[in-house]
Structures are given as structure tokens and as C-alpha cells.
Design a protein around this ligand. Structure first.
Ligand SMILES: [Mn+2]
Length: 345
């Protein structure tokens, strides 16, 4: 969490800025962090960093073109020093991945002081925004990063229709309740053609409540709800197909074919809560590679690292949640090696 002086520093910077740019990670935590901070003044621009954990020097020009007077970087694990050095304006960076050493930036990361703490970027963005009218966005962003925020009871009071009556554990909230639909909604809005994504993010800058989306009576609400429904149908279809792959095997492997739409991480997250004893592998065939999300309720990263030896591909992440990309030609060999490595533990 941010300290009172960090909160004040960021609030003051945003209040004093006429043209801030918010750079965020392309997931629901990144998007919700951005929305909370943007909605303080509703001024400036955003840049969503797609499928790249590194904010590199090659993005400097894109950002300079917005002519910003303030840069706020949200939920991005790694920002290169060359990127930071290219600007002469204040830069703030709020993150909750492994702490980095950089200069020319005001860097807030709760893991610096408390390595075992876990607060999604949205939780900290809400400390800065501190607007109860946006509590629905704050709630969704935290749940999306698998964190039950301390204000969950307040959210349940404000939006009773979105919460189950009693059970408030994470799997129930995220996968079996209406607030979970809201979480999916924020994940889905950043998928698909970039013009659709841009329109969705723009509308989310002004939408006042989740009911405007889920019981729409405006053109804006309608657009968002239709898009959510379309994506949700695609997702649910894949989920059914993936569940059919559950056998007595330790591994639940589901492969699908899609160049444009990626649901791998969402499917893997949902399936690991339903099959806690299995290793979940969701693999999407795209451009000659298998792009995968791996999940389990026990460590799998060491086995993955060993299985990648001698394979054209790369991968890693967290002990129980990894991503990997493997060349099509090496896929079967990789799978066999991974199965063997899992047995070895
Ligand atoms: Mn995050």
C-alpha cells in the first residue's frame, strides 16, 4: 500500500497536470488502475502496453507524440532506464511485481519494504483516487489480480446485487457471482480489434455504474454490454471444451486455434480453481507457436524451466502460474519432457 505522503505526492501531480499520460499493462488490473486515476480529472491520454513486460526505449517516440507534462506508469514489471532518461518531466511508476532499481523516476512498490506483501496496482490507485463512486472499478481490478480488497464489505453494501449473500471467498466471488462477471468484463474489454478496445476504454472513462453496463439503457452501455456478451459466448464455449479434456491424468491440456482472440490466461485461472489437483495447460496455436498459460495449486515453474531445455521456446513467471511459448515443431517433445519433469518434482 502507499504511504500518506506517497498518496499526496501522486494526487498533487495529477491535479497539477494538464496533459498526463497513463501507461498501463494490458490486463484488468492495469486497465482498472488507469480508469481510477484518469477519472480524477478526466484529462490526458493513455497508452496500453500490449503483451510486453518491458517498457523499452523504442516506446519513447510514441509517448512523446502525446506531448505529456506527466507520466504515470501502472502495473508494468520492468521499465528500462533508457526510457526514463528520455524525458524531462515527472514520471511516477506504481507496481507490485519484483522491485527494480531505477533513477529519474518516483517509484512506488509495496514489495520494497514488504517482500511478501501482495497488493494489486488497482488497490494503490484507489488510495489515490479515493472516490467511492468508483468502488466498482476498484473492486473488479483487485479481484482480477486475485486479491480480496479490504473494502469488499463496503462494495457489497453499495452493489448488493453483484455479491453472493454469504460466501465471500475469492473463487466464489470471481467465478460464481455477478461481481465475477464484472471482473471478466474488464478482462474482455481489452481483447479484440484495437478500434473496439479504444472505443470501450473511452466509454469506460465516463460510465457511472456497473448497472449502466449490465442493464444498459444508453447507447454507450449497450455497446459495452453487447461486446461483453459476444466475448462471453466465445469464452464459455472454450471453457466447456476445455472441461471435456479433464481425465484421470494429472495434466489437463486444452489446445485451441485462434489468431485473434486470446483467452488462455482466463481459462487457466478458472480451471485451476475447479481442478486444484491438476496442472492446467491452455495452449493457443498462433503464428507457428504454441502460446500457453500453465497453472496449478502447487509449484510448477522449476519443472517448466527444466522441460524447456533443448526446446525452441521460452517461459516462466510465478511458482504456480507461468506462461510459455513453444515452437510448433517442438511441442510434442516439450510436453513429454514436462510430464517427466512433473513426476520428478
Ligand atoms: Mn497487476
Amino acid at each position: 500500500m502507499l504511504t500518506p505522503s506517497q498518496i499526496l505526492q501522486l494526487q498533487t501531480a495529477i491535479q497539477n497536470s494538464k496533459n498526463p499520460i497513463f501507461i498501463f499493462d494490458d490486463d484488468a488490473d492495469g486497465l482498472c488502475s488507469y480508469l481510477l486515476l484518469y477519472r480524477i480529472k478526466r484529462e490526458g491520454h493513455y497508452f496500453m502496453l500490449k503483451a510486453a513486460p518491458h517498457l523499452e526505449a523504442k516506446f519513447v517516440k510514441r509517448i512523446q507524440d502525446f506531448n505529456p507534462d506527466l507520466i504515470v506508469i501502472l502495473d508494468i514489471p520492468d521499465v528500462h532506464q533508457e526510457f526514463l532518461d528520455a524525458f524531462k518531466i515527472p514520471i511516477f511508476w506504481i507496481d507490485h511485481h519484483d522491485p527494480q532499481q531505477r533513477h529519474n523516476v518516483t517509484y512506488f512498490n509495496p514489495k520494497i519494504k514488504q517482500p511478501d506483501s501482495y497488493f494489486p496496482t488497482t488497490r494503490m490507485a484507489y488510495q489515490v483516487a479515493n472516490n467511492p463512486k468508483d468502488l466498482w472499478i476498484a473492486t473488479a481490478g483487485n479481484l482480477a489480480d486475485w486479491h480480496c480488497p479490504d473494502f469488499i464489505e463496503q462494495a457489497a453494501t453499495l452493489y448488493p446485487n453483484y455479491f453472493p449473500k454469504k460466501k465471500r471467498d475469492l473463487p466464489t466471488l470471481v467465478f460464481k457471482s455477478k461481481v465475477g462477471k464484472l471482473v471478466q468484463f474488464f478482462f474482455f474489454m481489452i481483447k479484440g480489434p484495437s478500434s473496439d478496445v479504444a472505443r470501450s476504454i473511452k466509454l469506460l472513462g465516463k460510465i457511472a455504474s456497473p448497472d449502466e453496463i449490465f442493464s444498459p439503457n444508453s447507447e454507450d452501455g449497450n455497446y459495452l454490454f453487447k461486446r461483453f456478451e459476444m466475448l462471453n459466448i466465445m469464452y464459455e464455449k472454450l471453457l466447456v471444451q476445455a472441461k471435456e479434456k479433464a481425465t484421470r491424468s494429472k495434466i489437463l491440456l486444452f489446445e485451441y486455434n485462434d489468431e485473434q482472440w486470446s483467452f488462455t490466461a482466463n481459462l487457466a485461472n478458472e480451471l485451476t480453481t475447479r481442478y486444484p489437483k491438476k496442472v492446467i495447460i491452455i495452449a493457443r496455436k498462433s503464428q507457428g507457436f504454441m502460446k500457453c498459460s500453465l497453472r496449478a495449486q502447487f509449484p510448477i515453474e522449476p519443472a517448466l524451466k527444466r522441460a524447456l531445455q533443448g526446446i525452441e521456446g521460452y517461459g516462466g513467471g510465478h511458482p504456480t502460474a507461468c506462461g510459455t511459448v513453444v515452437k510448433n515443431e517442438d511441442w510434442d517433445r516439450f510436453l513429454n519432457q514436462f510430464k517427466e519433469e512433473l513426476k520428478r518434482k
